[in-house]
Design a protein. Structure first.
Lengths: 113, 117
């Protein structure tokens, strides 16, 4: 039972354009969401997070949007750069600071020059 | 530099052999985790520990064992009972506590790729 789903295994975007990565979840107890970025043969690194009390969180080129009623979140990267090419995982937890994160399957983003 | 160190980075073993993956952190984090990554399946939690000498099963604990004798160390043993052990294994650590300053972020090591021949 996949509680956190990233339905697009891959996404290709032209450099300079906007990249939008999507994530859906089924567990209504999830209250805190994180995005991680992963390069091949490396561990994931934290990118940005959002609590359910907000519907948007922005950090530089990265913005995460949360639609709690739809159980959907998205990560926007503007403008996309070649270094953004990586696998992106969304993760969810029932509480900020809670330890058990549930991860989605990941989306491989490729930024084309 | 503070961080998490996993070793070895690559490991080849014959079927039926137990294998132990090392994970050490110097971030002074209370919680440590082991995840497994398979293509198309994201990261799945194997075991986690919030305090020394205590650990809990994650979603796919069968065929694995762990120990937490020191705060800094959380080794994972892949036993011969694990039916499909070939995978990329990730160790992580985090602070504990649902306080505002704790983002809940997991800090990951660089991973260990285990191939069973």
């Amino acid at each position: 039972d996949q509680q956190v789903k990233q339905n697009s295994p891959s996404l290709s975007v032209q450099e300079g354009r906007i990249s939008i990565l999507n994530c859906d979840y089924t567990n209504s107890m999830f209250d805190y969401f994180l995005w991680y970025k992963k390069y091949p043969a490396e561990g994931p690194t934290f990118l940005i997070s959002i609590s359910s009390i907000k519907d948007k969180n922005e950090d530089g080129r990265f913005t995460v949007f949360l639609n709690k009623s739809a159980k959907h979140l998205s990560l926007h990267i503007v403008p996309s750069q070649p270094g953004d090419s990586a696998v992106y995982f969304c993760a969810a937890s029932p509480l900020q600071g809670a330890q058990k994160l549930v991860f989605g399957q990941g989306t491989r983003l490729t930024i084309n020059p | 530099d503070g961080g998490i160190t996993q070793s070895p980075k690559y490991l080849f073993r014959k079927e039926g052999q137990n294998v132990t993956l090392s994970c050490e952190q110097n971030l002074n984090h209370d919680a440590m985790y082991w995840y497994r990554q398979d293509p198309g399946q994201g990261l799945r939690l194997i075991y986690y520990s919030q305090i020394v000498n205590d650990f809990q099963k994650g979603d796919i604990a069968e065929g694995y064992s762990v120990s937490r004798e020191k705060k800094e160390s959380f080794p994972l043993t892949v036993t011969s009972a694990q039916k499909n052990p070939t995978a990329f294994y990730l160790c992580a650590s985090s602070r504990i506590g649902t306080f505002v300053e704790n983002t809940g972020e997991l800090f990951f090591g660089e991973g260990s790729r285990l191939t069973v021949l």
